[in-house]
Design a binder for this molecule. Structure first.
Ligand SMILES: *Cc1c(COP(=O)(O)O)cnc(C)c1O
Length: 396
């Protein structure tokens, strides 16, 4: 992969970008086709036999989708990218490729609810993969959980929704020594703010639905890792499990990507101001945002992230009832799950995104009933603050 451009935004716009060769269209067209015509029977056989490069059928590869996969590999500074029909498709396909029954995996104890369910209810209960949910903010606790049959260490940092961080570099060093693959769900950061492969991780995964798409109009997933593993996933798991991305979704994500750095910078600066406002508000007990200087892992945040992100959580005084009242009183913030949207979104993890996690597990990792998650959008920050202030003050 060439490193022709130094600036990240320039790279984002130019590296791996080429005009469409037949017409010269600057923007990647949507190749909205299920199949591709061969010039003769020999060509068809050669393509299926792998002796000739080229397209056959859109589950096996599609030019618009492949362009997106190439672009994400550039942005994560990795060898090969793949696109999937959703973030969960990316996570499940990569995990299926890396584990088999009898293996043991270690996963962060604060995880996106569906990732937790995938590991617990599907991989563990149905497919015989042993799972330990561990506080991965502690390298010692991870080391203590390693078994001879451990094959994967799965991290989400910052963790959803408590924002707890895991030290990607230190954990990757430990894992490498024990021949364990490290996967990082980088959804909360986007490749602009954190690049796990540069810190030693093996595979990075995104729910592209969030910051990469950015406009709340598409569901998609991406993964980047070593060529050998990713080609195996493309040739086998993606082909046979079939969680592919459609060409139109890839087009929307390519479009969203173009403004990634601009949007993320605004998300970050808005979130910082909102976090400081919330911290000073009498109706708020606690604010979780890695950019606050009293955040317990502030130094790690500065070391491994290039910005603090646009998502934060806070605990409203008075628990669930007050939290619910705030969510019912906001006017600008939209009551919706998802994050990374240009609109500010507010939601209640305990009853929404993390409801599948048993209550005692939730409480152990800090997802209390009064915790509210806010994905700060790109609106004018004073309007966001004013909206939160009126909602919080009404119920103080
Ligand atoms: C949304 C999300 C996912 C799942 O992605 P989908 O695109 O909704 O399938 C995984 N991990 C994190 C951290 C998420 O926020």
């Amino acid at each position: 992969m060439s490193n022709q451009w130094k600036g990240y935004t320039t790279k984002l716009l130019h590296e791996g970008h080429r005009p469409e060769p037949v017409t010269g269209a600057l923007t990647q067209p949507i190749y909205q086709t299920s199949t591709f015509v061969f010039s003769d029977a020999d060509q068809g056989a050669a393509r299926f036999g792998g002796t000739e490069e080229g397209y056959m059928y859109s589950r096996l590869g599609n030019p618009t989708v492949d362009t997106l996969a190439e672009r994400i590999a550039v942005l994560e500074n990795g060898e090969m990218g793949l696109a999937f029909g959703s973030g969960m498709a990316a996570i499940s396909h990569v995990m299926m490729a890396l584990v088999k029954s009898g293996d043991h995996i270690i996963a962060s104890d604060a995880l996106y609810g569906c990732s937790f369910a995938l590991f617990q209810s599907i991989l563990s209960e149905r497919f015989g993969v042993n799972v330990s949910f561990v506080d991965t903010s502690s390298v010692d606790k991870v080391e203590a959980a390693v078994r001879p049959e451990t094959t994967v260490l799965y991290l989400e940092t910052p963790a959803n929704p408590t924002m707890k961080l895991s030290d990607i570099q230190a954990l990757s060093r430990l894992a490498k020594a024990k021949n364990i693959k490290v996967l990082v769900d980088n959804t909360f950061m986007s490749p602009y703010l954190q690049r796990p492969l540069e810190l030693g991780a093996d595979v990075v995964i995104h729910s592209a639905t969030k910051y990469i798409g950015g406009h709340g109009d598409v569901v998609g997933g991406l993964a980047v890792g070593p060529k050998e593993l990713m080609s195996k996933i493309k040739r086998s798991f993606l082909k046979d499990l079939g969680g592919v991305m459609g060409p139109f979704d890839a087009f929307l994500l390519l479009r969203g990507l173009k403004t990634l750095t601009l949007r993320v910078e605004r998300h970050c600066s808005n979130a910082m101001e909102v976090a400081e406002f919330l911290k000073g508000h009498p109706a708020v007990d606690q604010v979780y945002y890695p950019g606050l200087s009293d955040f317990p892992q502030y130094n790690l945040a500065k070391k491994q992230m290039h910005g603090f992100g646009g998502t934060l959580s806070f605990v409203v005084k008075g628990g669930l009832e007050k939290g619910r009242a705030v969510m019912n009183s906001v006017r600008l913030c939209q009551l919706a799950v998802s994050l990374g949207d240009v609109h500010t979104l507010i939601q209640h993890p305990a009853s929404m995104t993390h409801a599948v996690i048993p209550k005692e597990e939730r409480l152990k990792v800090g997802i209390t009933d009064g915790l509210v998650r806010l994905s700060v959008g790109i609106e004018d920050v004073n309007d966001i603050i004013e909206d939160l202030d009126q909602a919080l003050s009404k119920h103080a």
